[in-house]
Design a protein around this ligand. Structure first.
Ligand code: PDD
Length: 288
């Protein structure tokens, strides 16, 4: 049985239980992170934990664990569950109290984490993904990685019903981001993605891809674009911790370019994978 972690202890999955009065359950009053496991090692978990600290701070949620503790817990979950490629999920909620919308006076956060395998180096979607366009109906602080995600649940369900693998969210025709990813276009070899603000999540993969692309000598412009511009682009792709870099080859019925993963997208994906390999192989070597 899968080994999970809850409030300081590793427990089998069936013993990892939280109260029906937990505010994560009652209000979505919590934050989370998802980091990739590659070669059995955490990838960029330190960056995810910096974002976790920010999310906690923005919601005045006292951080129950330091990044050092989280790093150990996350790696241990990957190891105990023998994950070679996959993800570690962690969540912190404000905790358990009688239902009251405002913060209860004294309350201890709930913290838990689990891991699961997922194909990353040979992701079946690397041959191209269809996205489904939906209006972005989320709240005004999409920069906080909150667990309150009903809008994304509905967006991704609509995508599934439309036969698409991801939602493409927009505000008045301007792309915000994917249901759980950041979105990019490529024109004449130049990459473009929306600048970070309170309207989108500042993706860790997005940040890394900016670095990787610039190392490849590519120009990256942080500028918003419309759904129409995405449809007319030479290439389109998405990024997230659990998909790395995936080509978008269709936007609803519209085929992007020739319907094949574009050359720049493939170059960036390959460079991202090479970096992941390099970083995690170094860690494997260090502990051998
Ligand atoms: N989601 N935008 C949204 C709305 C997201 O939920 C995510 C990640 C991203 C990409 O961020 P990052 O590169 O740091 O993973 C952008 C995770 C993977 C999830 O909810 O499963």
């Amino acid at each position: 049985m899968r080994s999970c972690w809850l409030n300081g202890s590793f427990v089998p999955e069936d013993q990892a239980q939280v109260s029906i009065f937990d505010r994560g359950l009652l209000f979505g009053d919590g934050v989370y992170e998802v980091a990739a496991v590659f070669n059995g090692r955490l990838l960029d978990a330190d960056r995810h934990l910096v974002r976790l600290e920010r999310s906690q701070r923005e919601l005045s949620l006292p951080a129950p664990y330091t990044s050092t503790v989280w790093l150990d817990v996350m790696q241990e979950l990957a190891t105990r569950n023998e994950i070679r490629e996959g993800l570690v999920y962690l969540q912190v909620t404000r905790g358990v109290a009688e239902r009251d919308f405002a913060f209860p006076a004294s309350i201890k956060p709930t913290a838990f984490a689990w891991a699961r395998p997922k194909r990353l180096s040979d992701d079946p979607n690397a041959s191209g993904l269809t996205v489904h366009v939906v209006p972005d109906i989320r709240w005004g602080r999409c920069d906080i990685k909150s667990t309150a995600m009903l809008a994304q649940v509905l967006a991704k369900q609509a995508a599934r019903e439309a036969g698409a693998g991801e939602a493409l969210m927009h505000e008045n025709g301007v792309v915000t981001e994917g249901g759980s990813s950041n979105v990019w276009i490529v024109n004449q070899g130049e990459l473009q993605t929306r600048p970070v603000s309170e309207d989108i999540l500042a993706g860790i993969t997005r940040d890394v891809v900016v670095e990787v692309a610039r190392e490849l000598g590519l120009v990256v412009r942080e500028r918003a674009f419309t759904v129409e511009q995405a449809m007319a682009a030479d290439e389109c792709f998405l990024t997230s911790a659990t998909s790395f870099v995936l080509p978008i080859t269709r936007i609803d019925q519209h085929v992007v370019s020739n319907g094949q993963p574009g050359p720049v997208t493939q170059r960036v994906r390959a460079a991202y994978l090479a970096r992941a390999e390099r970083l995690t192989a170094a860690l494997v070597g260090a502990s051998a």
